[in-house]
Design a protein around this ligand. Structure first.
Ligand SMILES: Nc1ncnc2c1ncn2[C@@H]1O[C@H](COP(=O)(O)OS(=O)(=O)O)[C@@H](OP(=O)(O)O)[C@H]1O
Length: 411
């Protein structure tokens, strides 16, 4: 998601932060030490976020750009107060940058371990959490901080009117192990949008982005392999790891139902932006306002551009960091990566019920049979998918898919 070189450019949630306040309690020996009550009376109470066992000597540090820590400053400061303290313009005056600030902080809260245990079981069972190796023994103070931070984050998010939706985009959420649990703790109703593209192109784009910042890094080819002679792919390299979408999605499905997740094709965002945005608008329950007439294709840029930017009469194209020229990669390495990702892509396709092969502009391999069963499409490729039986693709959407029977490559 962010800084990941294009797995997903948009990863938004219908952010309920500004509409719904959580009920968070910190309990020690049955005694409620801290509670941040849900201020929305019609909502059912949320379970306690964490059970305490011991108070830590000191709270975890908060990044500089985040709200000041209460123990360090005696009180929580809102972003506005912080800005005023620094003599900066007020948050209101900052407009867009206020949003970025909020997003950065939210991202660090959601991604920086540990704020809260990563699973419900762990939340309710500190012993299990230890056994499972949760790195932070001091759940209590962490939870206290987490609940206060969540309150503070609400202040950072833009206020919404009834019917408005707040979006937050942080590409790296999709691949952050702790993110689904934490986001579902904030709101189980959050809608998630994930932009995906062919993972091989994604990996090269990711590498290109890093290369633009660090020109001295090793070649893509050498980073791809643990052992080039044996062809063993280095799955610990983030550029490769991020493209194993099925694995990341599995993690999200532990906390969110598939109907709350929309997958957008990065390829189609270029070839048919209005079509993809039509799906997004439907998913969010919005009237289809953005249509073909809003776009034109800019040949030089290689991307669709908006005919008129919001609040302007001028066209708007993506910035110069989009559409960087990718380096030429050894075709054998590209092929090896295609082979590597194929089973994961198949699994991803099975989980989502989408024909991602077409989305990724991939062609069936010679000798493959394209199957269409129950509205789903799949490849039976001789090289990779022979273990995939027709019954595996008969299930509609997610229902009835036998997870174990889907190819499960070793990672
Ligand atoms: N709207 C839209 N439509 C289609 N493709 C898009 C869009 N926005 C970003 N991109 C492409 O996504 C790749 C990574 O972009 P970013 O650098 O913005 O991503 S990230 O936020 O750092 O993850 C990068 O891919 P490459 O240009 O192929 O490297 C971007 O061009």
């Amino acid at each position: 998601m962010s800084g990941v070189g294009g797995t997903s450019r948009i990863n938004g949630e219908e952010n309920a932060l500004s509409k719904r306040l959580l009920s968070l309690e910190v309990v020690k020996d049955g005694e409620v030490l801290h509670s941040a009550v849900d201020k929305h009376p019609s909502l059912p109470p949320s379970p306690p976020i964490c059970l305490l066992s011991a108070l830590p000597p000191s709270p975890p540090p908060c990044p500089d750009h985040c709200p000041a820590h209460p123990s360090a400053h005696g009180q929580w400061l809102t972003f506005k107060e912080k800005q005023e303290k620094r003599g900066a313009r007020t948050a209101e005056a900052l407009g867009r940058s206020r949003l970025s600030f909020g997003f950065d902080c939210l991202r660090s809260i959601i991604q920086t371990p540990p704020i809260c245990p990563a699973s419900t079981r762990n939340t309710l069972d500190p012993t299990a959490q230890r056994e499972k190796g949760d790195p932070h023994p001091n759940v209590s103070q962490t939870a206290l901080i987490a609940s206060t931070i969540i309150e503070t984050l609400r202040e950072l998010m833009p206020k919404t009117l009834e019917g408005q939706i707040t979006m937050e985009k942080t590409p790296s959420y999709f691949v952050t192990r702790e993110a689904p649990a934490r986001i579902s703790t904030m709101s189980r109703d959050t809608k998630l949008i994930v932009v995906v593209r062919d993972p091989v192109t994604r990996a090269i784009s990711d590498y290109t982005q890093t290369l633009s910042k660090k020109p001295d890094i090793p070649s893509f080819e050498s980073l791809t392999f643990k052992n080039r002679t044996t062809g063993l792919i280095d799955t610990s390299w983030s550029a490769i790891q991020i493209g194993i979408y099925a694995k990341h999605l599995d993690n999200w499905l532990q906390y969110f139902p598939m109907k709350q997740i929309l997958f957008v094709s990065g390829e189609r965002l270029i070839s048919d932006p209005a079509g993809e945005l039509g799906r997004v608008q439907d998913f969010l329950g919005l009237k289809r306002i953005i249509t073909d007439k809003h776009f034109y294709f800019n040949q030089t840029k290689g991307f669709p551009c908006l005919k008129k930017a919001e609040g302007s009469s001028k066209p708007h194209c993506l910035g110069k960091t989009k559409g960087r020229t990718h380096p030429n990669i050894d075709p054998e390495v590209v092929q090896r990566l295609r082979d590597f990702y194929r089973p994961f892509n198949m699994k991803f396709y099975q989980m989502t019920g989408h024909n991602f092969a077409a989305w990724f502009n991939l062609k069936p391999m010679p000798g493959s049979v394209v199957m269409e069963v129950g509205g789903l499409y799949g490849f039976r490729c001789q090289t990779c998918c022979d273990r995939l039986s027709p019954k595996d693709v008969t299930a509609k959407g997610n229902a009835g898919i036998k997870r174990e029977s889907i190819l499960s490559p070793q990672v």
